[in-house]
Write a protein that binds this ligand. Structure first.
Ligand code: NAD
Ligand code: TYD
Length: 327
């Protein structure tokens, strides 16, 4: 089929583009190329690229022409940036999702909204299911929850053929190094301090981006319109455990760990039950014990990918966020 992938130049979107190209699709990518969106992520892939924003109706109309389905990854994705400057989060998630839904409604095509476990908030014990109440706690998760509710409203009101797929914390190649795992890998490889928020005991449920991309693919092909599907990874770890494993894999020691001021409103634990998407035939291929070393190897071997980031605007972001210098 001919498929429109919004936000396809990002970390997970580009993994998903690879899955659909391998299945024989013709793929159009619409992407604004924010700091996190990179043409390098789509290097060597045969796609049609439209440079534009999902909140721009003209760009969306150009990109959607002739497409039979739309999958929306386009988002501002970093919680810390949403705390510092929430406006782009509101624009992209609220206005952007609205513009896309209008275009999908008039084109009469299938739609998948990519979302996050963070819309459910934090959970002390057990796991969230698709019927857990939405209780977002940051500008990032609140605006993602708003977008999900808008999708649900379009399904109910206009009979849109749309599903929502909510993932847990992703890791893998091509993740922008503002997020925990690539930040810690690159700092460890450079002998820079590893900034751990609070007591380091917050728990995240890790899924490899290839597995999340395959879950979204399953929802696109087999999901029932109007339904939500959670895709959580097989492993839950405290942040300190993740950081310690990265130190071991990079030959560094714990003296690099720096405890820094905790994130405002920091969610303690995320955990997703994936029974519903498993019932459609999906299961994760990657365990963290194998996926983390493979990810460390990818960053070690792909300096061409991260060097332009680490030597650019990212340095100012990093120094302002952490009050630490990069080596
Ligand atoms: P990312 O930050 O790597 O990429 C986001 C992409 O969207 C970039 O290519 C960016 O240029 C593009 N974009 C941003 N605003 C846009 C706009 N207004 N119009 C068009 N393009 C725009 O993000 P990611 O980690 O790949 O996340 C992709 C999706 O998956 C997001 O919707 C996110 O909420 C969701 N998600 C991410 C995770 C995670 O751990 N990274 C977990 C669960 C769900
Ligand atoms: P992050 O990768 O930002 O994802 P999210 O906040 O969406 O879960 O952070 C993952 C966890 O790591 C979270 O508990 C915050 C923590 N963290 C640190 O301790 N230090 C850091 O420098 C970063 C970026 C995150």
């Amino acid at each position: 089929m001919k498929l429109l992938v919004c936000g396809g130049a990002g970390f997970i979107g580009s993994a998903f583009v690879r899955v659909r190209l391998a299945a024989g699709d013709e793929v159009v990518v619409l992407d604004k190329l924010t700091y996190a969106g990179r043409r390098e992520n789509l290097q060597d892939l045969e796609i049609e690229f439209v440079h534009g924003a999902i909140e721009d109706p003209d760009a969306v109309a150009r990109a959607i022409a002739g497409c039979e389905a739309v999958v929306n990854f386009a988002a501002e994705t970093h919680v810390d940036r949403s705390i510092a400057e929430p406006d782009a989060f509101v624009r992209t998630h609220a206005q952007g999702t609205y513009v896309l839904l209008e275009a999908v409604r008039s084109a009469g095509v299938r739609y998948v909204q990519v979302s996050t476990d963070e819309v459910y908030g934090s959970i002390e014990e057990g796991s969230f299911t698709e019927s857990s109440p939405l209780a977002p706690s940051s500008p990032y998760s609140a605006t993602k929850a708003g977008a999900d509710l808008l999708v649900a409203g379009y399904v109910h009101t206009y009979g849109l053929e749309a599903c929502i797929c909510r993932g847990s914390n992703n890791y893998g190649p091509r993740q922008y190094p503002e997020k925990l795992i690539p930040l810690m890998i690159l700092n460890a490889l450079h002998g820079d301090p590893l900034p751990v928020y609070g007591d380091g005991k917050n728990v995240r449920n890790w899924i490899h981006a290839e597995d999340f991309a395959r879950a979204i693919d399953t929802v696109l092909l087999k999901g029932t319109p109007g339904e939500v599907y959670n895709a959580g990874g097989p492993d839950e770890l405290e942040n300190l455990d993740v950081v310690t494993r990265i130190l071991e894999l990079t030959g560094q020691d714990e003296s690099l760990i720096r405890y820094v001021t905790d994130r405002k409103g920091h969610d303690r634990r995320y955990s997703l039950s994936s029974d519903k998407v498993r019932s459609l035939g999906w299961e994760p291929n990657w365990l963290f014990a194998e996926g983390l070393p493979a990810t460390v190897d990818w960053y070690r071997d792909n300096e061409w990918w991260w060097e332009p980031i680490r030597s650019g605007e990212y340095r100012q972001y990093y120094e302002q966020q952490y009050g630490l210098k990069l080596g």
